[in-house]
Write a protein that binds this ligand. Structure first.
Ligand SMILES: *Cc1c(COP(=O)(O)O)cnc(C)c1O
Length: 440
């Protein structure tokens, strides 16, 4: 496929007669002409709806706004749009207005684990930093639907400065994940400023950027952008391809520019019913990603955000997909399948089980083919008691006096130097009763 296809040419001329390729590949032109209304969608795509359908669709987009870049629109197969994975990710579906009882506005409790607006500090050593609430294309499956297009959620410069201050005064933070909205909808200069400020903080070791622009607005990846990003290494980027149809010549070129700038690329897919809930399709997707130097990072179970019921699959579908990848294809082509736990528990990996059984000196494993093997464990392994005194340990770990954090969760139960023997949920009734006896 060429960079400027016949279909794209047609859409471009419907937007502005005599639009040239140089306009089409200008990302700001694409953002300016993002399709936000039903009428514009019909006019540009050639897909039309009945008056009744339009009434319902309008209600949907009044609630969850529409925005599609002309580029992403051009990928829709209009002859078969009802089955089209691009159409389904980009265009409103009246089922979005159905809110099932288990759905929430903020299922991941991101707004709760937020020390300052825009920052979610959930894990010990890294933070999520929302620096933009703008996206070129509004994914219909967005987990942050609550914020999309909401003018009150645009992070101001002061809010960004407050976020930077929080990171500056929180030395545990060694990894900052810029997200939004899409950080690449900010200007090069603004992004340069944020990255420069982050770079100055000695304890920030890496910065990651989550962006869907390589998928929905590949022209955003310009020489100017990559030259700027290169100044701030180590910068990692995660993007969001869900379907092979999204890997076009333009998006491949964008990925190549980023990879050539030395940026490690990862991909986070969301498992979506009727879009990519198919092991064969996912295998093809991960193969094409690694061919383009993108490492499949996560496969997400669709979150419990409001209006996403029609996109959700059972968890078993994800396990089935991973089962079809592990062993069957390159290890680095297999993403980790995760469920982002409602209530703020963070990402929890759910993978097929390979450990079938074990006794005191042997484990029984099965492989992807169904071969069942034994692994004999050492009988002479003496577990050295760890007292966290690395200086005298023969493993020669030199932490250079780095401040270590305390063990957390299961890690704490496994540690020799910690005396915790059980983790008990808050408000456990049995424990509350104990307290009552003890008081009595
Ligand atoms: C996903 C996420 C991160 C990063 O998690 P990784 O597993 O390190 O990729 C950090 N903070 C929040 C709040 C997240 O949701």
């Amino acid at each position: 496929m060429a960079i400027f296809t016949k279909n794209q040419q047609e859409i471009a001329t419907r937007i502005e007669s005599e639009t040239k390729q140089s306009n089409w590949v200008d990302w700001k032109w694409q953002v300016r002409h993002a399709i936000k209304s039903l009428e514009e969608f019909e006019r540009l795509s050639g897909i039309t709806f009945s008056p009744e359908e339009k009434v319902e669709l309008q209600k949907t987009i009044d609630h969850f706004p529409l925005s599609i870049t002309p580029y992403y629109l051009s990928l829709i197969d209009k002859k078969n749009y009802l089955n089209d994975p691009v159409f389904k990710q980009a265009f409103a579906d009246t089922r979005e207005l159905y809110v099932s009882p288990s759905e929430m506005k903020d299922p991941l409790s991101e707004d709760h684990d937020s020390p300052v607006p825009g920052i979610t500090h959930r894990y010990p050593d890294r933070v999520l930093f929302l620096v933009s609430n703008v996206c070129a294309m509004y994914c219909r499956h967005c987990t942050r639907k609550r914020k999309v297009g909401d003018v009150d959620s645009i992070p101001s410069r002061t809010q960004i400065m407050d976020g930077l201050d929080y990171i500056r005064r929180t030395p545990q933070v060694r990894d900052v994940l810029l997200s939004g909205g899409d950080p690449f909808l900010l200007s090069d200069d603004y992004l340069d400023w944020i990255l420069t400020e982050l770079h100055k903080i000695p304890h920030v070791q890496v910065v990651r950027i989550g962006t869907r622009t390589p998928v929905v607005l590949p022209y955003r990846i310009t020489e100017g952008l990559v030259t700027m990003l290169k100044k701030h290494h180590p910068v990692w980027i995660n993007t969001h391809f869900n379907h092979v149809r999204e890997l076009t010549d333009s998006s491949r070129k964008a990925l190549a520019m980023l990879a050539d700038a030395g940026i490690p690329l990862g991909n986070q897919s969301v498992l979506l019913a009727e879009v990519n809930d198919c092991p064969r399709l996912m295998k093809e997707l991960v193969h094409q990603l690694v061919q383009n130097r993108v490492r499949p990072y996560y496969l997400y179970q669709c979150d419990l955000s409001e209006g996403l019921s029609h996109f959700r699959t059972p968890v078993g579908k994800g396990i089935e997909i991973i089962e079809s990848l592990i062993g069957h294809t390159s290890g680095f082509a297999v993403p980790t399948y995760v469920i982002d736990a409602p209530g703020g528990g963070g990402k929890i990996p759910v993978m097929p089980n390979y450990l079938i059984s074990w006794n005191t000196n042997k484990v029984i494993l099965r492989n992807y083919e169904g071969v069942i093997s034994t692994y004999q464990e050492p009988t002479n392994y003496s577990n050295s008691q760890c007292d966290m005194n690395c200086r005298d340990c023969n493993l020669e770990l030199d932490l250079k006096g780095a401040c270590e954090s305390e063990a957390v969760g299961i890690e704490k139960l496994l540690a020799d130097y910690d005396e915790t023997i059980a983790l008990v949920p808050a408000n456990n009734e049995r424990m509350n009763r104990r307290e009552e006896y003890e008081e009595a």
